[in-house]
Design a binder for this molecule. Structure first.
Ligand SMILES: C[S@@+](CC[C@H](N)C(=O)[O-])C[C@H]1O[C@@H](n2cnc3c(N)ncnc32)[C@H](O)[C@@H]1O
Ligand code: SF4
Length: 412
């Protein structure tokens, strides 16, 4: 079995088949799940060599005004699909949203609020790169309503940061955390491990450095070589699999001892600090994704639709403003046969899984439809056999690809 799952925040998508209407025998949902909103800001100071996100080196000046106009047009065109639904969380991700001026971020949140009923206690997260953090701007972001900041720290070691091509050093990372903590109560730090030339001690020094700040949430990702990145073309010397596995085990033990709950494959939280936005993805909730390359998943009583926006920032801006719908590159009904895999791909990332009843609630399918893979998964010791929850066993969580693969439509 292969050790598994480098999937980051946005889960992998199934194949896109254009289907304007629901197929016969399709999904029937009795209630719609919670709705989140994802806003993609595509620009960064420069592109990191390992990164396969839809992020682009920013032009000399970020075209904030055109971006905001296109965002408004994108959202306006989407509104009929989410009419009357309340928004439980907003995630402004990237790219590097902290490149936006305080005024642009304020305008962005105002345009969301003027069009969508965002709950008063909604989690509103902004992703930030420490190389772009400025105290005054962060104070203004918080005043505009940002209540959670997710910082791309990656490492506290200058040599590692250089090897990763980051625009900031460790001192800037530390300063950014202090600024973020001054202005919002909930701060996440993104760290990566199995970095070029890293050993277990250096990895643990990063974890200890992160813990010293006392933030409530850590996302710890195994560095992966993604296709079409500079690192894929010119691979750096990385720790071998055994060393990486030792790092993973040591990270888990250290964070557990520090009171962090390892609640999702890469996510660790102190009590009450879980990311509500990401939980909604993993619990197969809905999300409207606007901005270049953003993905969305929206439920209707008779179908579940996945959408993807045009990836290139300039093309997306032009298409959104033209107003004929061409900024949506793909919109397709997820076929009922694909739903078990899609649901499990998300739900089983959670250590405690989800209530069994949520399978029918969120997919419109009867649990009996997946009786066979459920049985096989339990027989192989990958899925907890109890009836109340769909929950991976520790073995199933470790080999998540094998577990989730059992729910593929074409699996014999
Ligand atoms: C969109 S970025 C976060 C914010 C900001 N762009 C930054 O990098 O500072 C999301 C996170 O994904 C992780 N990530 C990106 N590429 C990765 C890769 N190839 N392997 C593992 N994690 C990766 C990094 O930890 C990064 O902070
Ligand atoms: S700053 Fe973040 S989004 Fe931008 S290129 Fe680097 S890792 Fe990717």
């Amino acid at each position: 079995m292969a050790r598994s799952i480098p999937i980051r925040t946005e889960a992998a998508r199934g194949p896109a088949t254009r289907m304007p209407f629901a197929a016969p025998g399709a999904t029937l949902l009795t209630a719609l799940p919670p709705l989140s909103v994802y806003v993609h800001v595509p620009w960064c100071v420069r592109k990191c060599p390992y990164c396969d996100f839809n992020s682009h080196a920013a032009p000399a000046e970020v075209p904030e005004e055109r971006y905001l106009q296109a965002l408004a047009a994108d959202l306006d065109a989407s509104l009929p699909q989410v009419w009357g639904r309340k928004v439980v969380s907003v995630f402004i991700g990237g790219g590097t949203p902290s490149l936006l001026s305080a005024g642009a971020l304020d305008a962005l949140l105002a345009l969301l609020r003027s069009r969508l009923p965002i709950l008063p206690d909604a989690e509103i997260t902004l992703e930030a790169n420490p190389g772009t953090v400025e105290a005054a701007r962060f104070k203004d972001y918080a005043a505009s309503g940002v209540n959670r900041i997710s910082l791309g720290i990656q490492s506290f070691d200058d040599a590692s940061l250089r090897a990763l091509g980051r625009i900031h050093d460790a001192a800037a990372a530390r300063a950014a955390i202090e600024i973020a903590q001054r202005h919002v109560a909930r701060v996440n730090l993104d760290l990566m491990f199995a970095l070029p030339g890293q050993d277990v001690d250096a990895c643990m020094a990063d974890i200890d450095a992160a813990l010293a700040f006392g933030t409530g949430h850590l996302s710890v990702y195994h560095l992966t070589l993604e296709p079409n990145t500079v690192f894929a073309k010119y691979p750096p010397q990385l720790p071998d699999d055994d060393t990486a596995a030792q790092m993973q085990d040591a990270i888990e033990a250290r964070l557990a001892a520090a009171g962090f709950d390892h609640y999702e494959v890469s996510a660790y939280a102190r009590p009450g600090q879980r990311s509500r936005h990401n939980l909604n993805y993993w619990e197969f909730g809905d999300y409207l994704g606007i901005g270049p390359g953003a993905h969305g998943k929206l439920s209707f009583h008779d179908r579940i639709v996945r959408e993807a926006r045009v990836r290139n920032p300039e093309s997306w801006m032009a298409a959104a403003q033209a107003g004929a719908g061409a900024h949506v590159a793909d919109s397709h009904v997820v076929q009922p046969a694909e739903l078990p895999f899609e649901f499990m791909l998300n739900a089983l990332r959670l250590r405690d899984g989800v209530p069994a009843a949520s399978f029918a609630e969120r997919t419109g399918l009867n649990l009996a439809a997946i009786a066979r893979p459920l049985r096989v998964a339990a027989e192989r010791g990958l899925l907890d056999p109890g009836p109340a929850r769909l929950k991976p066993t520790p073995l199933g969580w470790r080999f998540l690809n094998d577990l989730v693969g059992l729910f593929l439509n074409d699996n014999p």
